[in-house]
Ligand binder design. Structure first.
Ligand SMILES: Nc1ncnc2c1ncn2[C@@H]1O[C@H](COP(=O)(O)OP(=O)(O)OP(=O)(O)O)[C@@H](O)[C@H]1O
Length: 426
């Protein structure tokens, strides 16, 4: 009785990837437009994190270009210390990213629990993240939102950078848009005189300082106070600094938090800054040659028995979600789409790492991309055909999460991203 409605839809693994290819498991997180849950690929049995983004919400928040940008950047990236994208697809309701699964929780979660982290542990993360940042910069990608919330640990304790929502392809030209999470923003972003990739090294310095000392180097109760502190206050050390951090450690923090981007650690061009950083005495305990192959035992192993994420997401999904995620066949009538919905439909294309090679959507020069998008240039050196559907509209200023950041002195609250793509190039 009643068996007819429960016949499972057959899964076509040879066709395009869809939600039918995955078993949906527990919820582990909540983002601005959707949730993150563990999934298992039905054929390979591999576990992944599925991040899904509600399309209607995304259109309403004017974030379509960012989601498309994130998907495109992630297709280019494959690095041991980045949360890599393995599949991407959409259905009528959601866009889906299938990502490397990180079961060790994010660094904000650990910082909130522990108050601060041991210098040796932070050094290990800084080494791994420097390798990721250098890889991104070599590929002309700026992250722009490096903070503990966006650093995820795998179950062995290796650090990975995630959330490329405001990431960007950069060129020689300086950027002007105020973007990122204010407490981690480099002074040159706030000074509005133009900035480039060096900002990621500053943010890494803020993260390292915060992780070691349990408080941020620059603080303010209002955005104005915080701006003043970041751009003018001398770098100060907590009273108990010497009990938490060695002199070489402080030297590296000071070097990363240099207000002059040309002198800042990590920033010298052609990878020279990164090589200098690697040679710094603080890192003499790091074996850089085996770091990227993850052969080293991380100094902090997340407790596998405890959930390293907020269990309320799971409870919320069970008790409060009136539209739980379910694989559905597509029905949408594309004729009735708004321009934004159409953009998402056309540009959030399928990706399957088992079947496709990673490649770039972007020309070497971001400015060319913008020009092409506005129809003033032709002939990009991109490996993708330059159809209107492939052009990213970056000229629109988009602001989401406009929450001001109240940065209470000793607290380490989850940080809201402030602004995205507010006229990146002017
Ligand atoms: N690959 C992953 N593996 C395990 N957990 C993850 C993964 N990605 C995200 N999470 C968890 O889900 C939470 C929300 O992540 P998500 O990137 O969607 O949020 P977000 O930072 O608000 O991003 P966005 O603003 O793009 O929505 C994270 O804080 C993290 O705890």
């Amino acid at each position: 009785m009643g068996g007819v409605c429960c016949r499972p839809t057959p899964v076509d693994f040879d066709g395009e990837v869809t939600l039918f290819h995955f078993v949906l498991l527990r919820c582990v997180g909540k983002g601005a437009f959707g949730k993150v849950r563990v999934v298992q690929h039905k054929q390979t049995r591999e576990l992944y994190a599925l991040k899904y983004i509600n399309k209607a919400k995304c259109v309403k928040m004017k974030a379509v270009p960012n989601v498309v940008q994130e998907r495109r950047l992630l297709e280019e990236i494959d690095h041991p210390f980045v949360v890599n994208m393995r599949y991407a697809f959409q259905d009528d309701e959601n866009c889906f990213f299938v990502l490397d699964l990180m079961l060790g929780g994010d660094l904000r979660f650990h910082l909130e629990r522990l108050g601060s982290l041991d210098e040796e542990v932070v050094k290990f993360y800084v080494a791994q993240l420097s390798s990721a940042v250098q890889f991104l910069h070599e590929n002309n990608i700026m992250h722009r939102d490096l903070k503990p919330d966006n650093i995820l640990l795998d179950e062995r304790g290796n650090a990975h950078l995630t959330d490329f929502n405001i990431g960007l392809k950069f060129s020689e030209r300086k950027l002007m848009g105020v973007a990122g999470s204010m407490a981690y923003m480099a002074p040159e972003i706030l000074a509005k005189r133009g900035y480039s990739y060096q900002i990621d090294w500053w943010s890494l310095g803020v993260c390292a300082y915060e992780l070691i000392f349990g408080r941020r180097p620059f603080r303010g109760r209002t955005n104005n106070d915080l701006t003043y502190s970041i751009t003018k206050d001398p770098l100060k050390w907590p009273e108990d600094a010497e009990s938490k951090c060695s002199r070489p450690g402080m030297q590296v923090l000071k070097g990363l938090l240099d207000r002059d981007p040309s002198r800042r650690f990590g920033c010298k061009p052609h990878g020279e800054g990164y090589q200098e950083l690697r040679r710094h005495p603080w890192f003499k305990t790091i074996d850089w040659d085996t770091l990227e192959s993850k052969e080293q035992t991380p100094p902090f192993v997340p407790d596998a028995k405890k959930a390293n994420f907020d269990a309320s997401h799971e409870l919320e999904e069970l008790l409060l979600e009136d539209n739980p995620l379910k694989a559905k066949t597509r029905k949408a009538n594309q004729e009735n789409f708004s321009p934004e919905m159409r953009q998402m439909e056309e540009q959030f294309t399928c990706y399957d790492f088992k079947k496709m090679q990673r490649r770039s959507y972007f020309p070497h020069n971001q400015q060319q991309l913008i020009s092409t998008a506005t129809g003033t240039s032709s002939g990009m050196a991109s490996s993708r055909p330059s159809t209107p559907a492939n052009d990213l509209r970056m000229e629109n200023g988009v602001i989401i999460n406009g929450n001001s950041i109240h940065d209470a002195d000793m607290e380490v609250p989850r940080t809201e991203r402030m602004m995205i793509n507010e006229k990146d190039y002017q």
